[in-house]
Write a protein that binds this ligand. Structure first.
Ligand code: C2E
Ligand code: CA
Ligand code: CA
Length: 473
């Protein structure tokens, strides 16, 4: 009997775990994943909490290692997975219905026969698409079971699940693993963020790791983001996604649903300029500035739209400067209507100077074509042109172009139809100057521009066609 009095937490845990699972004493908490550029939620990680009948909330670090040893973890992981399916089913019709939810899978699961099939069946049972669930596998596991894991991951992928490599950089797996593993996301371990402001090498390491992961076309998320300075730095490194106390701790379901509802709507998917006698964006957040004179406002291409008219002029005159931060994302879609009064070869309607390079759109370049050009100045051969039929004088055209950093592709659309696509177009970073109505090489643009929209994501052909078409209704 006296033995019982001296039970350690571990003994208690082992004794109570099965009963606790049956009683529903394990709760699933959610920690939001946030796009730092827009502050919207795009997913969450499900984390277990044991609400013990006598001891209150026991944190995972106190029971996970033991469950991993005694094998109980496979039951817990399965339970968490099922709970996630259950919640997701209840979310049908809510703004956060489709959020990607990630679930941790410990190593013991590797040896559970028919595991993946049974996860798929569970998804079917709750009517949850497998591609809205992400399986997190910690990098440490790749040290020992690299071969098995790589095939485990590809099976998960074949079943539609997303897969992330968790705690990346905390273990000793070989970097070559990244080459072989078919994962979608790399989660940068939170210990990396634990560095001083003047730890230059530490900062370079993070920057390089993020760069490498992006080079390999993984989505990257930084874990353990707690401060404003960390956000600034991680963004500078090219990583947009974060999970951390700065945004939210792991929270119980009711609280999470509130959070998700509040932040799931992408309120400002685009910065929109309507040129209704002013140079302000629709949301009032961005104000452009005149550089020159002779501008007027007029009617746009269709009833109810407005346009700004540029008088033309010598190089670097009579343009409008747009704040650089409208282009805060490496991937973007830019669209506008344009009606040139006269066409001069290589005059730009819009021009963006980057730290090393630029992009521009010219309504007429060589005979009979218009060009959306990306210039990467790091490379002497770095010219990437999407071409379409030239615009005509005194006629309105809808112009749209997009750049996808993930695909490394640029695409041009004229009047809602795809004109050209270029592949293997490298990312150029850090916009320094955005000019409307001209550039720094050629005479300025004479003509009108209406309905300038700058999206921070890539619109596909159908979406662009629909947007174009919505003007014609
Ligand atoms: P993890 O998978 O790396 O989960 C993230 C952990 O980091 C969570 O700890 C979370 O609370 C913590 N965290 C998030 N943001 C911050 C931050 O800004 N600062 C700091 N200091 N910490 C932050 P938690 O919930 O205590 O879980 C610890 C670990 O336990 C998890 O690490 C995961 O490996 C494991 N775990 C938790 N639940 C489960 C589960 O249901 N199944 C399995 N297999 N493992 C689980
Ligand atoms: Ca995790
Ligand atoms: Ca982690």
């Amino acid at each position: 009997m006296s033995e019982k009095m001296n039970y350690t937490l571990e003994d208690v845990i082992e004794e109570d775990m099965i009963e606790a699972l049956q009683n529903g004493d394990f709760k699933v908490y959610f920690q939001p994943k946030i796009n730092m550029l827009t502050s919207h939620i795009y997913g969450a990680e499900a984390l277990s909490r044991w609400v013990h009948k006598n001891r209150g909330i026991i944190p995972p670090d106190s029971y996970i290692p033991m469950f991993e040893q005694n094998g109980f973890i496979t039951m817990l992981d399965r339970y968490v997975f099922q709970k996630v399916c259950e919640y997701k089913q209840k979310w049908k019709g809510k703004s956060y219905e489709h959020l990607m939810i990630s679930v941790n899978m410990s190593r013991a699961n590797l040896y559970v026969k028919g595991l993946i099939d049974s996860l798929v069946r569970m998804c079917q049972e709750y009517d949850v698409p497998t591609d809205e669930i992400e399986i997190e596998i910690t990098e440490n596991m790749f040290v020992k079971d690299s071969g098995e894991l790589i095939s485990f991951v590809s099976k998960l992928k074949k079943s539609g699940f997303h897969v992330s490599i968790d705690d990346f950089g905390s273990g000793y797996s070989s970097l070559n693993m990244l080459k072989d593993v078919d994962a979608d996301v790399v989660k940068i371990d939170k210990n990396f963020l634990d560095i001083g402001e003047d730890d230059l090498k530490g900062r370079r390491i993070i920057r390089s790791i993020i760069g490498m992961c992006k080079e390999l076309k993984f989505d990257v998320i930084a874990e353990g983001v707690e401060t404003n300075n960390q956000i600034k730095f991680i963004l500078e490194c090219g990583c947009e996604n974060a999970q951390g106390f700065y945004y939210s701790k792991p929270i119980p379901i009711e609280q999470f649903e509130e959070f998700a509802d509040k932040y799931s709507a992408i309120l400002n998917e685009a910065v929109r300029f309507h040129f209704m006698n002013d140079l302000q964006s629709e949301d009032g957040k961005y104000q452009c500035a005149y550089r020159g004179e002779g501008f007027t406002f007029e009617e746009g291409p269709v009833k109810g739209t407005h346009a700004i008219h540029f008088p033309g002029g010598k190089m670097e005159t009579n343009m409008v400067k747009i704040p650089e931060n409208v282009l805060f994302s490496e991937s973007y879609t830019v669209m506008f209507w344009a009606k040139p009064d006269e066409l001069k070869s290589w005059t730009s309607i819009i021009y963006v100077k980057y730290e090393v390079g630029f992009f521009s759109f010219s309504p007429l370049t060589t005979d009979g074509i218009c060009t959306y050009r990306i210039r990467d100045s790091k490379d002497v051969h770095g010219w990437y042109d999407c071409e379409g039929k030239q615009l005509r004088e005194n006629e309105w055209f809808h112009v749209a172009f997009s750049y996808s950093a993930k695909e490394e592709a640029s695409t041009l659309y004229i009047n809602g139809k795809k004109a050209d696509k270029q592949n293997n177009v490298p990312v150029i970073r850090y916009p320094k100057r955005i000019l409307l109505g001209g550039d720094v090489f050629k005479e300025s643009y004479k003509g009108s521009v209406s309905e300038l929209y700058i999206y921070y994501n890539v619109k596909n052909e159908e979406e662009i066609y629909n947007i174009y078409n919505s003007y014609l209704d």
